[in-house]
Ligand binder design. Structure first.
Ligand code: NAD
Length: 313
């Protein structure tokens, strides 16, 4: 039997590791430092990462036997796709496994922003009773603008509609009919900015989307808009967002992702109108098992040279 060697650097649920062990030697080196990865990668046929490990051109250069890199989740912005292609290495992800988990977090963060639930809780734990001060707003009857109507954006659209929200969506890569089918009224981006009481971002980080939510975009939004970002930190210009919160243009923001992770106690994280979570979008028991199973079967298929469901490169 062929014994391929697989390296896992950011953890993978046991179910996925068991699938791989049927045909491979699996080394689980959670949290391996970048310099050590460069030293050992030469031995491996497959590498499985989440978002921590940066798969740089140097990694591909050092990886003499590498056939496939797997991302046990969605975003592949931590993998240098051009270098993968140049070295003939396949890249696969598990794009469907975590959509519900992220959509549920986005909805939860919208409720947190509307009702200041984190402040209500922390003030109680501080012995306070801020009943009068904590008057919130409702989601019902408000407009949600979803930027990016892919797997997560469309999962959020149906959930927001169930809360009584009007949902508008912007996605330049999808036909208008498809956006409607996925549960949102298709709109142009400026129209979304003008209409939305809540804006939730569900786009990948690309050269085009980097800094999309900058000062100009924030100025086009409705005064008092609430913004949720569970996509990627660099899509938002964090300095511009802080300014817009301080001026009252943005009433609140909930962030799961940051330009630098972990961000530390930045002015944005510390701001009382910001709810910050530590990149937990995909961190549910169910999503992690699904991602690991999808990854296990996809990596085996890639090693065997079989057709792939989720080939990125
Ligand atoms: P997806 O590929 O299914 O959907 C992304 C959508 O964005 C696509 O429909 C695409 O057409 C659209 N898009 C691309 N460029 C755009 C642009 N400039 N403007 C508007 N739309 C644009 O991906 P998904 O599964 O919905 O995930 C979206 C992103 O969420 C991922 O790329 C990842 O960065 C992030 N994510 C975060 C977590 C987390 O833990 N917080 C977990 C999973 C995914």
């Amino acid at each position: 039997m062929t014994s391929w060697k697989v390296l896992i650097t950011d953890g993978l649920s046991e179910k996925g590791q068991a699938i791989l062990r049927s045909e491979c030697q699996v080394d689980d080196r959670n949290d391996i430092p970048a310099d050590e990865l460069l030293q050992v990668i030469g031995e491996y046929d497959a590498l499985i990462v989440r978002s921590r490990t940066k798969v740089t051109p140097e990694v591909f250069e050092a990886a003499k036997k590498l056939k496939v890199v797997g991302r046990a989740g969605v975003g592949v912005d931590n993998i240098n796709l051009a270098a993968a292609a140049a070295h003939g290495v396949t890249v696969v992800n598990a794009p469907k496994s975590t959509s519900v988990a992220v959509a549920e977090l986005a909805l939860g963060l919208m409720l947190d922003l509307a009702r200041a639930i984190p402040i209500a809780d922390s003030s109680m734990k501080g012995g306070q009773w801020l009943k009068k001060e904590l008057k919130g707003v409702e989601l019902n009857g408000k407009t949600l603008g979803i930027i990016g109507m892919g797997n997560i954006g469309s999962a959020l659209a149906v959930r927001a509609a169930a809360m009584g929200m009007r949902v508008v969506g912007y996605d330049p890569l999808l036909p208008a009919e498809e956006i409607s089918k996925r549960g949102a009224e298709p709109v142009a981006l400026d129209d979304l900015y003008a209409k939305a009481d809540y804006i939730s971002l569900h786009i990948p980080l690309t050269e085009e989307t980097r800094g999309l939510i900058n000062g100009q975009a924030l100025a086009k939004m409705k005064r008092g808009v609430r913004i949720v970002c569970t996509a990627r930190g660099n899509i938002i210009d964090e300095t511009a967002l802080l300014g817009a919160i301080e001026s009252g243009q943005v009433a609140g923001a909930a962030l799961d992702v940051y330009s630098k992770e972990p961000p530390g106690l930045t002015a944005l994280v510390a701001h009382p109108k910001v709810i910050a979570t530590p990149h937990i979008g995909a961190q549910t028991a169910e999503a992690q098992v699904r991602a690991a199973e999808d990854m296990g079967t996809e990596i085996l298929a890639a090693l065997r040279g079989e057709p792939l469901r989720w080939k990125v490169v």
